[in-house]
Design a protein around this ligand. Structure first.
Ligand SMILES: *Cc1c(COP(=O)(O)O)cnc(C)c1O
Length: 427
């Protein structure tokens, strides 16, 4: 499949049926797999043969979708997880233990920030957070002897900042550690972080990859280029693992060492596997990803331009607009488009924004972004409602901010809905 273009891989990669086999990836609704002899199964346990033996580690449906996503991102291996949260946690845990340190962009999805700052800090891993636009010298000051990775979001949720992946990759590599990039918002259709120097990619597949808001999921993709041995900082990958009869991942699996350890060690122990049903649903979504993303971007651009001209709007933020702070970087990293999420402020502050949201008819109020149906959220009256205006400002959320996730409906209907809701809000 690797010689095909990304549009073809969206539709077909990962599964090639044999003669007389189902055309569609079948749902292997089975926890276990049968073998003829104990020796055959022993080889699987020793990691000397490939095959399925228990769905916590691998399942044929999940496997097919993992191969598709690895092809889309240009990685050597992918592993699906039960949610995006689980993918982010495992991507770091695979190479970072208690007493070690991770440098993160402060512009992160709220759930990721809490996971790192509270839960994983509680497990003894240290985190430093820094504005992703900080000067290289400032970022570099954070590297320590025990630093084991950097973690950023390529296009941040909800603040829509574009992160300079080549710069972060250069800094990470200079200090002998890999860069992990959460690529949920642009998807591999608009941005492939591995091509810009990133080493590991993670996704919440619950968003655009699924695209229909039908199944939660996450994914970790191993780019296969980071030299773990040369770095000398990752004994977990370069010295014997006693729980697998002393296997040395870099010796036995070469450039797939990170991806193999992620599954055989972490997934074995933690068990947050994606269910085969959810992998089936995700795969149906992926088959149209290359059609949906351009439409999301086209519609979002039309909405952003329309909002810019409307006098009832205080401000508009969309990285593909020429006056946006990130326009140049977005044009370099994402020349084909960014994503469908636009944020803006309604004149009249918190109250007008609430009235605007309550007046929407086509766009639904939901705690979700990035699916086929247009939806909107007013953080100040929902996810951040316990904060006053000053506290909101500290989180980079203004009281009038509307996060508007533009879907793939007819854009004229979306704009008409915004227009009538603005009329209600500013009456
Ligand atoms: C939603 C989201 C997550 C978390 O994913 P879940 O599937 O909800 O666990 C992580 N990162 C980003 C950028 C997200 O938008």
């Amino acid at each position: 499949m690797s010689n095909y273009k990304i549009n073809t891989n969206c539709v077909q990669a990962g599964y090639t049926p044999g003669n007389g086999e189902p055309r569609v990836v079948p749902i292997a609704q089975s926890t276990t797999y049968k073998y003829e002899s104990a020796e055959q199964m022993a080889a699987l346990f020793d990691l000397t043969a490939e095959g399925f033996f228990y769905t916590r580690l691998a399942n044929p449906t999940v496997d097919a979708v993992e191969k598709k996503i690895a092809a889309l991102e240009g990685g050597v291996l992918a592993m699906l997880t039960s949610s995006g949260q689980s993918a982010s946690m495992m991507s770091v845990l695979n190479i970072c233990s208690a007493g070690e340190h991770c440098i993160c962009s402060s512009a992160l999805y709220g759930g990721t920030f809490n996971l790192f700052n509270k839960t994983m800090r509680g497990m003894g891993i240290e985190f430093d957070f820094i504005e992703p636009d900080a000067k290289a010298e400032e970022i570099e000051k954070l590297f320590k002897e025990n630093t084991r990775c950097c973690f950023v979001e390529s296009l941040t949720n909800p603040s829509l900042q574009v992160v300079d992946i080549p710069l972060w990759a250069e800094l990470a590599h200079k200090h002998g550690v890999p860069l992990i990039v959460d690529n949920t918002f642009p998807t591999p259709i608009n941005l492939r972080p591995l091509e810009w120097g990133a080493d590991i990619v993670v996704h919440s597949t619950s968003k655009y990859l699924d695209g229909h808001a039908s199944a939660l999921g996450g994914c970790v993709i191993d780019g296969g280029k980071f030299d773990w041995k040369a770095s000398g900082k990752f004994p977990g990958l370069t010295t014997p693992d006693e729980t697998y009869h002393g296997v040395v991942y870099t010796e036995q699996f070469g450039n797939a060492a990170y991806g193999i350890k992620l599954r055989t060690h972490l997934m074995r122990d933690i068990g947050s596997m994606m269910a085969p049903q959810n992998a089936f649903l995700l795969n149906i979504g992926l088959e149209t990803l290359h059609l949906r993303m351009p439409r999301h971007c086209e519609n979002a651009m039309a909405v952003a331009r329309w909002l810019q001209k409307d006098e009832r709007i205080e401000w508009v933020s969309y990285p593909a607009l020429e006056d946006n702070k990130y326009y140049e970087l977005a044009s370099k990293l994402m020349p084909g488009g960014t994503c469908g999420v636009v944020s803006f402020g309604v004149k009249g502050g918190r109250e007008a924004a609430t009235r605007f949201l309550n007046s929407l008819k086509l766009a639904a109020i939901v705690t979700h972004v990035a699916d086929a149906r247009t939806c909107a959220l007013h953080p100040a009256s929902t996810t951040h409602r316990q904060l006053n205006d000053q506290e909101l400002a500290e989180c980079g959320v203004s009281p009038d901010l509307i996060r508007f996730s533009v879907g793939i409906e007819d854009v004229e209907d979306i704009i008409a809905d915004i227009d009538q809701a603005l009329a209600e809000a500013t009456k």
